[in-house]
Design a protein around this ligand. Structure first.
Ligand code: SF4
Length: 452
């Protein structure tokens, strides 16, 4: 059975109507789920962690790839079978026809960011209690991540038009949240006990462009709704701040200084997707013309231990063996810390489907394997260098055998871990100094440093 998304038990209390949620897709979709739950919780709904305890189930779908659509349709089918009263929302909700064709029994289908419509559908299916229990909602809202880290969504939509992507069709152009709203949310999260903020959007470095970088009041000053200004202000909270989905536009250089000063985590998640200029052009990637290897060298000169994460697509239409070999050489030069790689998958409605030069599936698989082998060797070498270092580690889990945490170089879910065997005297959310003793291709092992 598919796991129901389970809220932090501290946010679950007794109440009358009960709603469950299955949240699929990316962290941005997870933030949407959190917003829906926060709103419902504010209205007095109880959040059910199981199908049979729920009066209705919301399935927040992903529609990015065909495989994600299939997973969404399967999740809807499972929720119908296990519960029977299902409301569909999220990216795939934009394609109500496909959902209703396979699952005519769903109660309602709403698209991405249609919070009001989802909530209205829940009201229809399960009327709210008379007493809204407003006081029981924690000020930071309901979160689906553990208590000590949270995703902070700074904008919706995207102004780019990458040829393999239909997100702008699904979610529209960039709409940034005013900077004071973002900072207020960050402040509430910090007060609520969050230790790490993961800044997300479709294009984090474009933040504020649509607002013309408008100034907003924030305590005794004004702050511009601009990437670097937002980062500076987030650095004032006593938190780990981790930046995701950043493109290497020239102004990104400004944030490296904050990282070198230790004010935000020296970590950049940049979805490069490829390195060959021909493929990048066909992909219509933002910042494709930037000399990224030179930029990476300059960043590491200014911030020596900067961790770089990226994702790549292999087997894009028209990718030749030369393009792929170029990418492998680029990876060897770039020495990225963390890499995800996906064989190209045509997304219904994407412009890339019309490009000539489809790459056979077995070639895609073979290139995927070669890329991961190359990167595994790089990763192992880079992690080995950390043996003997002292790293701050944020503890995620503790059991009778020890603890698991993450360093500045490890985002939750997608990167590696630091294993602390035998360390049972720590708790989730602690940040401890750890001596690194061992490394493999993905993870580190170490012991908590103690005062003599
Ligand atoms: S930057 Fe490209 S891949 Fe990312 S959401 Fe925008 S169009 Fe899609």
């Amino acid at each position: 059975m598919r796991a129901m998304t389970t809220p932090d038990p501290r946010t679950v209390t007794r109440a009358a109507p009960r709603v469950g949620i299955v949240s699929l897709g990316c962290p941005k979709a997870l933030v949407d789920s959190e917003r829906i739950l926060t709103r419902l919780r504010a209205e007095g709904y109880e959040i059910s962690p199981s199908y049979d305890g729920a009066d209705a189930v919301i399935v927040n779908t992903c529609g990015f790839l065909d495989s994600a659509k299939r997973e969404s349709l399967d999740a809807i089918g499972e929720a119908l079978k296990e519960n029977g009263r299902v409301i569909v929302t999220g990216c795939m909700g934009g394609d109500a026809g496909a959902i209703r064709a396979e699952h005519p029994g769903v109660l309602a289908v709403t698209g991405p960011h249609q919070y009001e419509a989802v909530v209205a559908a829940v009201h229809e299916a399960v009327p709210p209690a008379h007493d809204p229990y407003v006081d029981l909602v924690p000020p930071q809202g309901i979160r689906l991540t553990p208590r000590h880290y949270a995703y902070l969504k700074i904008s919706e939509g995207c102004n780019n038009r990458c040829s393999f992507c239909i997100i702008p069709d699904l979610r529209g152009d960039l709409v940034s949240r005013p900077v004071d709203k973002v900072l207020r949310e960050a402040e509430k999260l910090a007060v609520g006990g969050v230790k790490e903020l993961l800044v997300i959007s479709q294009d984090t470095s474009a933040y504020g462009l649509d607002l013309k970088y408008a100034e907003r009041p924030w305590y005794d000053r004004t702050v511009r709704s601009r990437f670097i200004d937002l980062c500076r202000e987030l650095a004032n909270f006593d938190l780990w701040v981790r930046l995701h989905y950043v493109y290497p536009y020239p102004h990104v250089d400004e944030v490296i200084g904050l990282m070198a000063e230790g004010r935000i985590l020296p970590y950049l998640d940049i979805p490069f997707q490829h390195a060959s200029p021909t493929v990048l052009k066909a992909m219509r990637r933002p910042a494709a013309q930037e000399k990224t290897l030179d930029r990476i060298r300059a960043w590491r000169r200014d911030c020596e231990h900067l961790a770089l994460r990226s994702t790549f697509i292999v087997g894009f239409p028209g990718e030749t063996e030369e393009d792929f070999a170029f990418l492998l050489e680029w990876l060897k030069e770039a020495q990225l810390d963390r890499v995800g790689c996906f064989p190209y998958e045509p997304v219904a409605g994407a412009r890339a489907n019309e490009l000539p030069g489809a790459v056979p599936e077995e070639v895609k698989r073979e290139r995927h394997q070669r890329l991961m082998e190359t990167q595994t060797a790089i990763s192992a070498e880079r992690l080995k260098r950390k043996v003997g270092w002292t790293l701050g580690v944020l503890i995620d889990e503790v059991d009778g055998d020890g603890a698991i945490g993450r360093s500045y170089a490890d985002a939750p879910e997608v990167d590696g871990c630091v294993f602390l065997n035998g360390e049972t005297g720590v708790k989730p959310g602690d940040i401890v100094d750890v001596t690194i003793e061992h490394a493999d291709e993905h993870d580190l092992w170490g012991s908590v440093e103690r005062a003599e």
